[in-house]
Every structure is written in C-alpha cells, then in structure tokens.
Design a protein around this ligand. Structure first.
Ligand code: TYD
Length: 218
C-alpha cells in the first residue's frame, strides 16, 4: 500500500491550521486513514527540538541542522511508517519551510539546505539491495500565499509571538520569496492558494485542489 503525503506551507499568519483540519475531515469522510502531524515536531524528540528552535536564539546553521534533525526523526518514526500503511499524511510544514525560513528569511546557504534535504530525506536506509534510493517529498504541497503586509497586520492581533512571529515584515518578505523559489522549481507539486480571502473561500479553494487531483471524491 502506498499512502499520500501532503504538506501545508505559508508565512506565519497565513491561516493554514484551520484549513488543515478541514482537509483532515474531508479525507476521513472519504474513508481514508489520516495521520495528522507537524514540523518541527511530530515525535517526542522532534517536539523538544521544536521548543529550542522556536524559543532559543541561535545562528542560521544551527537552526537548519536542528530542523533537519527533527525532520529525520519524524520521517523515521512517523511519516514513513504511516505512508507504508497507506495513510494520508497531512503535515503542517515540511522541508519547504526550511528553505523559506532558514534559506529565505535567514539568508542561509541554499546549496547546504539541498544537501541536508538529500541526506535526511533519502530512502537509502530503507531501500532493498539493488533498489535505487529516492528522495521522500510530499506528493502535494498546499502553499497559502499571503502578502507579508497582510500577515503582519494579522499577527499584530495574535497571541504572544514566538521567535519567528516577532520578526519584522522584511523577514517575511524574504520567507515568501523562499517559498516562491521552491514553488517555481517544483511547480507540479505545489498548489498555490491565495490566502488573502475569506476563510470560506480559502477552504473551498483547498478542497477544489484535492478534488482536481482525484484525492477526494467530487
Ligand atoms: P507554525 O507552523 O506557524 O506553528 P504555530 O501555528 O504553532 O505557530 O510554527 C512553526 C515555526 O517554525 C514557523 O515560524 C516556521 C518555523 N520553521 C522553520 O523556521 N524551519 C522549518 O524547517 C520549519 C518546519 C518551521
């Protein structure tokens, strides 16, 4: 059995959490088993790393190494086993966030991130002898695209901001550019949803993407 891997991305304030839940409901209604998870996090170890990444100040390389270490554990413990059981894995952020935040936002070396991605997401360790290792990537990435100025406005009303949420708007402009670069390089994987609409409209767009791809019934 082969599962389905969907990630959800966007700058802070883009409102992805509510919509991930709507996607979960839609898959469950169609009878599919769903694993709902998030990054950084998703395992006890990765959740501890999340707390550090979101609260402690550190340089960009340390941040990149920690998010990819968390991702490795998450893949091994949760994502790959769930996919092997035929689950629909819904992941609140995945590697594109490392390219957007550490690469775009922090200006960390894109090439090193690509190397980390190859190391961490290679199936080499799982591949049978003679079977070529491949890179585990989402089948679909829903990108909630929101102008950074609108996000800043939304975040100003939010709860106590974490380390990233308290960054200035220019940081999020760079993060958004990071997402745009990833989307341009992998256009078939990415579905861009304009997040500057009512919640109902955004949800309708997200469900339409899933229907178009044949993931949920009409
Ligand atoms: P987020 O997903 O927005 O969760 P919440 O809704 O609880 O705020 O928070 C995760 C933060 O971590 C977000 O600001 C982006 C950041 N992040 C990275 O910097 N690199 C990564 O690789 C990932 C997965 C997230």
């Amino acid at each position: 059995m082969q599962g389905l891997f969907i990630s959800f991305e966007g700058i802070d304030g883009a409102g992805k959490s509510t919509h991930i839940d709507a996607v979960r409901v839609a898959f469950e209604a169609s009878g599919a088993p769903v694993t709902l998870t998030r990054e950084p996090g998703g395992t006890p170890l990765a959740e501890r790393l999340r707390t550090m990444v979101l609260n402690d100040s550190m340089d960009a390389m340390t941040e990149a190494l920690l998010v990819f270490a968390a991702r490795r554990d998450h893949l091994q413990q949760v994502i790959l086993p769930a996919l092997a059981q035929g689950h629909v894995v819904l992941c609140d952020r995945f590697s594109d966030a490392s390219f957007a935040y550490q690469g775009g936002g922090r200006g960390f070396d894109w090439g090193i991130l690509e190397t980390l991605e190859k190391w961490v997401q290679s199936t080499e360790a799982q591949a049978a002898p003679g079977v070529r290792a491949s890179l585990v990537k989402p089948d679909l990435t829903i990108w909630f695209d929101l102008p950074p100025a609108v996000a800043a406005q939304r975040l100003s009303h939010a709860r106590v901001p974490d380390k990233f949420e308290s960054q200035p708007q220019v940081f999020f402009e760079n993060v958004a550019q990071g997402y745009a670069r990833r989307a341009a390089a992998d256009a078939t994987r990415f579905a861009r949803v304009h997040a500057d609409q009512t919640q109902d409209a955004v949800r309708a767009n997200v469900l339409a993407v899933l229907r178009q791809r044949g993931y949920i019934p009409e």
